[in-house]
Design a protein around this ligand. Structure first.
Ligand code: 0A1
Ligand code: ZN
Length: 882
């Protein structure tokens, strides 16, 4: 484990390497305890670099260096200096090109970090992003070193009949002693983080895809034997992704084969290794019996995401890790667009914004805030964040909003043309859009460079005499760690002036800001924007489609909000209007409860929920999202400080009950009519119907007889979506009832041998609200299906408890935090990356009320005062406390 040495990496320190590695030849002789790796590198000194310049290669982990040769001649140990994290060669040949051979010895079976070469259920696999390759062999392990790889893998055929690496297969054959080999060659120069190897005994499904230029690509998905039938949805998603990328961005696949391997021990979702994507099996395996509609949608999105990286990430990669958003933000944008095209655009947009607010906003508003393109880091693993990914995607979306779809596409074409085969920067990316549009995007670029969620406040007035409608708009960006003074942003604010008939009013002129194609461009602190020719006072619909990731405070009457919630032609803003009304009511309820009062809700609000539920002009998936109350975390974020999670919970439950009571008849009727008929399909339409029906049940289960109704739903379920939804309602809303106990038991018996489904069972129990859940989570850590070493199990139980159970985790006596600290420190010994991800659950500790805040601080200090913390965990803890 790399312990913290306090080294800070800075963007401004970037220097090109003195040496390049045009060619890399690797031979792996695989064995669980003793794997030998021979790396033969062709090195090249950069023009102008002195022959005396030392070559410093990066290393990490318990790898043993057994041999070093330069130009075929063995070096003795005094000719080089090898430490666990570097190999330095000071005396090198005068020739510009020379070879370096290194042999290392590894023990993949002992590797619990899940970085570098490790074993998952007996399968050899690798994870090299960001800095895992250096755990295999010393290397210039940085993304701007692009090399052509040839990989030979040797293994016992009985242990590993399957031998995969990047690129195209070249050769394979038998060896002595029951061993065999395969050689792979990847003609596309790539950085080491995209290297991959898989060897093991796996089942597979195959298919093919013919690209737009008529080239046939062999597709393979490899899974545990017996799980092949669960991989067909992923295969279908892959073929749809390949087609979509050709049609939408002109991006064609470039190798003869494309393989995906599902493994059960994986720190993240998946990895885009060239031609050989490695996936967390959670994002590959699915059928109606084991996967929810949300799982299907995630699989589709992640398969697409990794595939899209082939152009945005692999063909054009990042110059350094500060540019991570260059590949991630852009690729998330692309996968979002793909899902929007495959499913429902407005529903997808609402879901994206909910995720952004749930994960990125708290990050941006807390101690871990950082720009989309950070300027410094201590541990790059801690920058695979919602800011880099999700906000990074929003920034790309804003570029498209500003330029228009057509010019945006021209910019993307230019990006591919100009930078193919390169390691690029955010500046390169912005420049292509400036070049195709002739616009100056320098102020806009602050979205990449400045952390924090901008606040925009808006007031309005209408003068019937002059027929003028005026908006007073003001922007501010709150201070974030290490950036106290902020510059003014260029904010594209999409808007509509909605008239009494629900249609947007047409104005004759707008002044005070540039207003183009339904977008106000805010660039100054204050703008007074005057629209002329406005005969009636409109309701203003702002930030339509969530055109910019900001928090918006509009001075607006309740009448206008209700009007927009029923009439805005922009579906996102219409959802937003109702959601704002719900949030306002929930914040008010929170205050009432803290003041010792019973919250009351206006009938106008609760009955609107019934109208939306039954509005046949809206698609069911949309109605389901509208009826979903803001989460406890959403409410806490909007309240901002002095958070008492118990009061938030009580207020939210009270509103749910009020809505259920008000609409019992409508909801019951709809619930009956929406019942599943016919064949199961995970398509968006059927999933939407299930989502609405389960949302209605979520209310009905609160009424008398609700537990019985929900138990019937559970037993009648013919798919995992309905079964898991009913189980959640019983466990959360009828905790400890005979119905809940029966359903939890039945689920456990049915799925005891399916780890991915048992994850749902852990997740549901870890998120049961209330103080008793700490004890049940602790008890569940001894359940036979649980494992402290498997990231999916850990995330399901401890991750869910700490990140998604507000009342349980933030128990006022600090017991939730104690369990959390124990687990994080235990996990850290094996898998620092996993530990530091778990540890981010305390990032919003300063917004808690004083008693909980003090306990949370104690927990953070307990971790901070632990000796020999990994670089990963120390970085998170110290920034959280700073
Ligand atoms: N590039 C991957 C994310 C990823 C990053 C680090 C990993 O190491 C454990 C794994 C995956 C993606 O964006 O999907
Ligand atoms: Zn990615």
């Amino acid at each position: 484990m790399r312990t913290d040495i306090g080294q800070v990496f800075k963007l401004e320190d970037y220097r090109p390497s003195d040496y390049f590695i045009p060619e890399t030849k690797l031979t792996f002789r695989l064995s669980p305890e003793k794997t030998m790796v021979v790396a033969l590198l062709t090195l090249e000194r950069r023009d102008g670099v002195d022959v005396s310049a030392p070559l410093v290669l990066a290393g990490d982990g318990p790898m043993r260096l057994v041999r070093v040769e330069v130009d075929g001649k063995a070096l003795s140990p005094e000719d080089y200096e090898a430490t666990p994290d570097s190999l330095t060669l000071a005396k090198l040949p005068a020739a510009r090109r020379f070879t370096l051979l290194m042999e290392t010895q590894l023990a993949p079976s002992q590797n619990e970090t899940l970085m570098g070469l490790y074993r998952s259920s007996g399968v050899y696999c690798t994870q090299c992003e960001a800095e895992g390759f250096r755990r295999i062999v010393y290397f210039l392990d940085r993304p701007d070193i692009l090399s052509v790889y040839t990989v030979r893998i040797e293994a016992l055929k009985s242990e590993a009949p399957l031998l995969l690496s990047n690129g195209n297969p070249v050769e394979s054959g038998k060896l002595e002693g029951g061993r065999h080999y395969a050689v792979w060659h990847d003609p596309f120069p790539k950085p080491s983080y995209l290297f991959a190897l898989v060897a093991g005994d796996l089942g597979r499904i195959t298919d093919s895809f013919t690209t737009m230029s008529g080239k046939k690509v062999d597709l393979g998905i490899y899974v545990e034997h017996g799980k092949e039938k669960l991989a067909h949805y992923a295969m279908d998603a892959l073929k749809r992704s390949m087609k979509w990328d050709e049609e939408t961005f002109g991006c064609e696949y470039d190798l003869d084969v494309f393989n995906i391997v599902a493994v059960s021990d994986f720190n993240m979702g998946a990895m885009e290794n060239k031609g050989l994507n490695i996936f967390n099996d959670k994002y590959v395996l699915a059928d109606r019996e084991t996967a929810t509609d949300a799982d299907f949608a995630n699989i589709e999105a992640i398969i697409a995401h990794e595939y899209f990286h082939n152009w945005t990430g692999n063909r054009i990669t990042c110059r350094d890790w500060f540019q991570l958003c260059l590949k991630e933000g852009l690729t998330v944008f692309r996968d979002h667009e793909f899902s929007a095209d495959q499913r429902s655009r407005p529903v997808k947009r609402i879901a994206e914004v909910r995720t952004l607010r749930a994960h990125q906003f708290p990050e941006d508003q807390g101690p871990l805030a950082h720009p989309v393109r950070p300027r410094r880091y201590r541990e790059i693993n801690n920058f695979y964040t919602a800011t880099v990914y999700e906000k990074g995607s929003e920034v790309v979306r804003m570029i498209r909003t500003i330029l228009g779809a057509e010019t945006f596409r021209q910019g993307m074409d230019l990006y591919f043309l100009r930078h193919d085969g390169e390691a690029a920067t955010i500046e390169d990316f912005i420049r292509v859009f400036e070049d195709v549009s002739g616009r100056d995007l320098s102020q806009f670029a602050l979205w990449y460079h400045q952390a924090g969620t901008p606040n925009v406040t808006v007031g309005s007035s209408h003068n019937p005499a002059t027929q003028e409608f005026t908006l007073e708009i003001e922007q501010s960006v709150p201070p974030t760690p290490s950036e106290s003074r902020k510059r003014l942003m260029h904010i594209p604010l999409a808007f509509g002036l909605v008239g009494r008939n629900g249609k947007d009013l047409v104005y004759s002129n707008a002044e005070g800001a540039s207003v183009e194609n339904g977008v106000i461009h805010i660039r100054k602190r204050r703008h007074t924007v005057r629209f002329s020719g406005i005969t009636e006072r409109p309701a203003i619909s702002l930030n339509r489609g969530f055109s910019a990731p900001l928090t918006l405070a509009v001075e607006q009457s309740a009448d206008d909000k209700f009007f927009l919630a029923g009439n805005d032609s922009d579906e996102f803003s219409r959802w937003q209007a109702f959601n704002t009304l719900l949030t306002d009511a929930l914040i008010d309820a929170f205050r009432q409860i803290l003041g010792g009062k019973k919250p009351i809700f206006v009938a106008r609000l609760t009955s609107l929920a019934g109208k939306i539920a039954g509005d046949e002009t809206l698609e069911p998936a949309y109605r389901a999202l509208a009826l979903m109350l803001p989460s406890e975390a959403d409410i806490a974020r909007d309240i901002g400080k002095n958070i008492d999670p118990d009061a938030i919970f009580a207020g939210r439950e009270a509103l749910a009950v009020a809505i259920a009571k008000e609409n019992q008849a409508v909801f019951t009727h709809l619930y009956e009519t929406l019942q599943d008929r016919g064949e199961f399909s995970p398509n968006a339409k059927d999933a939407g119907r299930r989502a609405l029906r389960n949302m209605l049940l979520d209310y009905l289960c609160l009424l008398p007889g609700g537990a019985k109704l929900t138990l019937r739903h559970f037993h009648d379920a013919t798919n995992m979506t309905d079964r898991a939804a009913a189980l959640t309602m019983l466990a959360h809303r009828h905790h400890g009832s005979p119905e809940a106990i029966e359903a939890l038991g039945a689920f456990e018996t049915r799925y005891a041998s399916d780890p991915l489904v048992m994850d749902k069972w852990f997740q549901i129990q870890a998120s049961v609200p209330g103080p008793q859940t700490v004890e049940s989570v602790r008890a569940l850590t001894s359940h036979p299906a649980f494992s402290m070493t498997n990231p999916n199990r850990l995330r399901s139980l401890v991750g869910t408890f700490s990140a998604a159970n507000q009342t349980g985790f933030h128990r006022p006596d600090g017991e939730g935090y104690r369990l959390f600290v124990e687990t994080v420190l235990d996990v850290e010994k094996r898998n620092p990356q996993m530990a530091s991800r778990l540890a981010t659950a305390l990032r919003s500790w300063r917004s808690l009320e004083p008693v909980r805040q003090a306990k949370a601080r104690e927990a953070l200090l307990a971790m901070a005062n632990t000796e020999n913390l990994s670089a990963d965990l120390r970085d998170i803890i110290e920034r959280t406390l700073a």
